[in-house]
Design a protein around this ligand. Sequence first.
Ligand code: GN1
Ligand code: CA
Length: 127
Amino acid sequence: KVELFPNGRGVGQKVFKTAGFVKHFYEAQQVCAQAGGQLPSPRSAIEKEALQQLVEAEDKGAAFLSITAFWTEGTFTYPGGEPLVYSNWAPGEPNNDGGKEHCVEILANGKWNDIPCGAKRLVICEF
Ligand code: GN1
Ligand code: CA
C-alpha cells in the first residue's frame, strides 16, 4: 500500500498510478507501455472513482483514458476494439466536436469527454 501513496490507487487487481505530467495521447500511450502498463480502462464505477481521486489530487487537469474512436468513427472502444462495458460520459458527450475528437479524458468530476488526441492531458497508467 505504501508505494501507492500519494499518487496511486489500488482497485481489486488493478493499480492506477499517475506520472504527474501531461502528454499528447500517443506519447501518453508510450509512457505507460514503457512502464509495463497501459492507459486506464475504467470498467466500473469503483474504478472510475479511483481515477477521479487521482485527477483531483494531482490538480493538473483531466487525464487520458485508453478509450478511442480512432478505428471506428463514432464508436468508442478499448484498445484492440473491444466494446465498452461501462461509461460515464458528461451530458452531451461524446459530441466529436469539430469532427476531430477520437480520444477521451476523465475530468476532476469523474465525467468523460471526447477530445482531440493531440490535446495534452495528465498521464495516468493502469497496471
Ligand atoms: C470543449 O472548447 P469547446 O467548447 O469547443 C471540449 C469539447 C467538449 C466541449 C463541451 C479540447 O470544446 O470536447 O465537447 O467543450 N474541447 C476540448 O462544451 O476540451
Ligand atoms: Ca467532446
